[in-house]
Design a protein around this ligand. Structure first.
Ligand SMILES: C[S@@+](CC[C@H](N)C(=O)[O-])C[C@H]1O[C@@H](n2cnc3c(N)ncnc32)[C@H](O)[C@@H]1O
Length: 335
């Protein structure tokens, strides 16, 4: 069953494919720039339902089961692929073997379709994964296919969002090297600026938290303002006198952040998806709607799954304005 009308772009500026599509963060950004999606793939049925309800077509399923001949030619190959270790069995040939990984499937599509541009996104941790070998192998394989490949860490908060979310972006092109320094940045917003005035808010009771005196609030480089913690039971055994409260603070879900700053990265593995925020009077969590705003999704985006699955989907998604910021520079520099 489809829920939305598919957008028909009769005069596209470029075509793209949406691999590991999730709920379509790449698609939102690239369609806004005049692109036409000619193929998408997503294995998770709940994500696929959300995708269909917003874009009017179900993505194809498991990319490992799809023949490259089923994928149309396209200008930009997009994908936020899961990060997996590569086998060292290719070492003899001078590179790690990517067979059996999802990056291998991306390479197979590139070899067959020769897209002009490769545009990949991943977690910050990819940079250091397996002693930095994973990223090196990815770059080497793309360069071996004659793509001039550059990577950079970008932060969602530098694209007008109220979230500290660092991600690695990889851009490859047949002829030119992409210059990340030309990407236009925009000042971050604060949590306060994206908060809903009404909603099903989940508050903590006053006895369940401690707000530190303002002189002790810590504004971090990331824009987060740590201002208190939950009064969870504390570990006393083995702790130095007067430092007992630190055991609360060390656990990130126990920390409380001021709405005058940014929100920590929305996690992808948890269904609870958010941290505690202090609005000057009370402590609550962000609503699902506010989480979608933290990622720059439009207000009318259809949320089709259970609340838990939706938190998971939005935590896994890309920050749309960040992808749009990179994509618009890609079009300027490489097209
Ligand atoms: C990091 S998420 C990408 C989210 C997406 N960029 C967005 O904005 O929503 C990776 C996605 O890859 C999907 N995936 C994992 N293995 C896959 C496979 N074999 N074929 C297709 N999709 C797969 C997961 O279900 C997940 O939704």
């Amino acid at each position: 069953m489809l829920f939305a009308k598919k957008k028909i772009n009769k005069n596209p500026k470029f075509t793209f494919i949406d691999l590991f599509a999730g709920i379509g963060g790449f698609r939102l950004a690239l369609e806004e720039l005049g692109g036409k999606c000619v193929f998408s793939s997503e294995i998770d049925t709940e994500c696929a339902k959300t995708y269909a309800s917003n874009f009017g077509e179900y993505p194809s399923g498991d990319i490992t089961k799809i023949k490259t001949t089923e994928i149309p030619k396209h200008t930009i190959l997009c994908g936020g692929f899961p990060c997996q270790p590569f086998s060292i069995s290719g070492k003899m040939k001078g590179f790690d073997d990517t067979r059996g990984t999802l990056f291998f499937n991306i390479l197979e599509i590139i070899k067959d379709k020769h897209p002009e541009i490769i545009f990949l996104e991943n977690v910050k941790h990819l940079k250091d994964h397996n002693n930095k070998k994973t990223l090196k192998t990815i770059i080497k394989h793309l360069e071996d296919l004659n793509y001039q490949t550059e990577w950079h860490l970008l932060n969602a908060k530098d694209f007008g969002l109220a979230q500290n979310r660092e991600r690695i972006i990889i851009v490859g092109h047949k002829i030119k090297r992409f210059d990340f320094s030309k990407i236009k940045k925009e000042k971050n917003r604060t949590i306060e600026e994206i908060m809903d005035s009404k909603g099903n808010f989940e508050y903590l009771k006053p006895e369940e938290y401690t707000i530190l005196p303002k002189s002790k609030w810590k504004t971090q480089l990331s824009g987060l303002i740590f201002c208190g913690y939950r009064n969870k039971s504390i570990r006393v055994n083995g702790t130095r006198p007067n430092t007992e409260h630190l055991s609360r603070v060390h656990k990130q879900p126990n920390r409380i952040y001021s709405i005058k700053g940014t929100h920590p990265t929305l996690p992808s593995q948890e269904t609870s998806g958010r941290f505690w925020i202090y609005d000057g009077k009370k402590v609550r969590k962000l609503t699902l709607n506010e989480c979608f705003k933290l990622q720059g999704f439009p207000e009318d985006f259809q949320k089709m799954s259970s609340v838990g699955a939706c938190y998971n989907q939005i935590g896994n998604a890309v920050a749309v304005p960040m992808i749009k910021g990179v994509a618009s520079q890609i079009l300027l520099q490489l097209k």
